[in-house]
Design a protein around this ligand. Structure first.
Ligand SMILES: Nc1ncnc2c1ncn2[C@@H]1O[C@H](COP(=O)(O)OP(=O)(O)OP(=O)(O)O)[C@@H](O)[C@H]1O
Ligand SMILES: [Mg+2]
Length: 471
């Protein structure tokens, strides 16, 4: 509580806004209007400046032009929303920037205005956003700890299913419970396993991977548990196994479903006892290991078919994480595409480039049986083929992407075993529909409303409400 000798806060009770705009006259004009409208305005003319200010202060509102001289405005927006999930962000954009603005709304911005706009409109939008915010003051303090905030950065995704994965990661990273990650090939199982390790207390200890399908059955046991000299023909020297190498750290058992039955029994014994025996040695070795297992085949089904031990399944399935296939989270594709384009350009020392609309449409309509890995490869291909092109066009994509899928009325919704939140899925659908209409009409809200047979105010109201619900 403020006591008498405390200086009054400089901003008084004025709501705080960070205004990010590179064009000095516009910056000045908007800043004046907002100040007159009762806001406490901080200004940034570059992305770097904006990020520095964001790191230093929890603004309630963000007004941002996405085209900045130094950084991608979307990255600044991302940073803002990662640091302060409750910040209300409004995008201002030039005539050509509507597609990006819609992207920004996908990411969590609440509205956008196309320049030139009436300044009073911005104050009204911000005022309404504040009303909606209704954020209990305490929740500011409940923000994620610093190291965790930056930890999941390499996992790209904003869709509801991937957000669920993020919440699981927050729970499991700090503890040592066994995790079982299931998902189709290329969905990011290894990435998630490494992230859990890297974000938890064992991060300075080894992360050791063991792939049950990559090693001939006869050698697998020695590989996993080690062996003494002369334990079997060819065991000329003693060898330390993966278990021992992982001591105090994490052992990642990949493709655990491929493990032969006899080895499954030995793995179960090691997990239950917290100890191993090297092949050829009867002494047992106590170990402190966190186990993360992964499988791209459904282990429960394997159990039913008698190909996987039920007791081992339960021993591994302490905390299940199921990664959705890419086709069930098309919302993530634009961000993933951008991410992989950037990566491929950097890796090949090529100039950065954008993705053309047609190319993006194709990317978003493919089935992607190889999931994120296949998606990344397709983009890498397109970047390489494009040479110094400034935009990725449809012709640059690989030709073997398969027939685009008929999306049907509704996008495929993954239904996890534990069920899903009906209201939140429906909100997501509503929001997607509105965003698609906005894209179709080049950002014209009146036309988009007409397409949906809604009034313009209902559409805007819905969009803002849905953003709050989905965030
Ligand atoms: N959400 C994501 N954001 C960014 N990159 C991702 C994401 N998911 C997967 N990737 C990338 O896609 C590639 C495949 O991921 P990974 O190897 O973790 O998949 P996997 O599920 O282990 O596949 P497999 O079952 O074939 O072994 C990796 O390069 C990984 O970094
Ligand atoms: Mg893998």
């Amino acid at each position: 509580m403020t006591s008498a000798h405390h200086l009054p806060p400089i901003t008084g009770v004025r709501p705080t806004v960070l205004l990010v705009e590179d064009e000095p006259d516009t910056l000045q004009l908007i800043a004046e209007a907002l100040t007159a409208g009762g806001f406490a305005v901080a200004q940034a003319a570059t992305g770097a400046d904006a990020i520095e200010r964001l790191r230093g202060f929890a603004y309630e509102l963000l007004v941002i032009d996405l085209r900045l001289p130094d950084l991608d405005g979307m990255d600044v927006l991302n940073e803002a929303l990662t640091l302060y999930p409750h910040i209300r962000a409004v995008v201002i954009t030039g005539f050509g920037g509507v597609a990006e603005a819609v992207q920004a709304i996908r990411r969590g911005a609440i509205d956008f205005l196309v320049k030139p706009f009436e300044l009073g409109k911005l104050t009204r939008v911000l005022g309404a956003a504040l009303e909606q915010r209704r954020l209990p003051v305490e929740s500011v303090a409940v923000q994620a700890p610093l190291n965790e905030r930056f930890c999941f950065d390499n996992i790209i995704g904003v869709s509801a299913p991937i957000q669920k994965v993020f919440s699981m990661l927050r729970i499991v990273a700090p503890i040592s419970s066994t995790v079982l990650i299931q998902g189709e090939t290329g969905t990011g199982k290894e990435l998630i396993a490494r992230t859990i390790h890297a974000c938890g207390p064992r991060r300075d200890q080894p992360f050791v991977a063991f792939n049950a399908s990559a090693i001939p059955e006869a050698l697998a046991e020695a590989e996993l548990f080690g062996h003494v000299k002369g334990a079997f023909t060819g065991a000329v020297n003693a060898r330390v196994g993966r278990f021992e190498l992982a001591n105090h750290g994490t052992l990642f058992i990949d493709e655990v479903g491929e493990m032969p039955m006899p080895l499954q029994a030995k793995l179960l014994r090691a997990l239950q006892g917290g100890a191993i025996e090297r092949v050829g040695d009867s002494r047992s070795l106590k170990l402190d290991i966190r186990v993360i297992a992964a499988s791209n085949v459904d282990l429960r089904a394997q159990v039913k078919e008698g190909r996987f031990r039920e007791d081992l399944f339960y021993r591994l399935n302490v905390i299940p994480i199921t990664l959705p296939p890419l086709r069930a989270r098309r919302d993530d594709m634009p961000l993933l595409a951008q991410h992989f384009v950037r990566k491929a350009c950097i890796a090949n020392r090529l100039p950065q480039r954008t993705i053309g609309q047609k190319a993006m449409q194709i990317l978003m309509s493919c089935a992607w049986p190889g999931n994120v890995r296949q998606f990344a490869n397709a983009i890498e291909h397109a970047v390489a083929v494009g040479g110094n092109a400034t935009e990725i066009t449809a012709e640059m994509l690989p030709t073997d992407l398969g027939e685009p899928q008929q999306l049907g009325l509704l996008p495929e919704v993954a239904i996890p075993d534990e069920g899903l939140n009906f209201a939140s899925v429906v909100s997501q659908l509503e929001r997607d529909l509105i965003l698609r209409c906005l894209e179709k009409t080049g950002g014209n809200k009146r036309q988009a409303a007409r397409l949906l047979q809604l009034s313009r105010t209902t559409l805007i109201d819905k969009l803002q409400r849905l953003n709050t619900a989905v965030a």
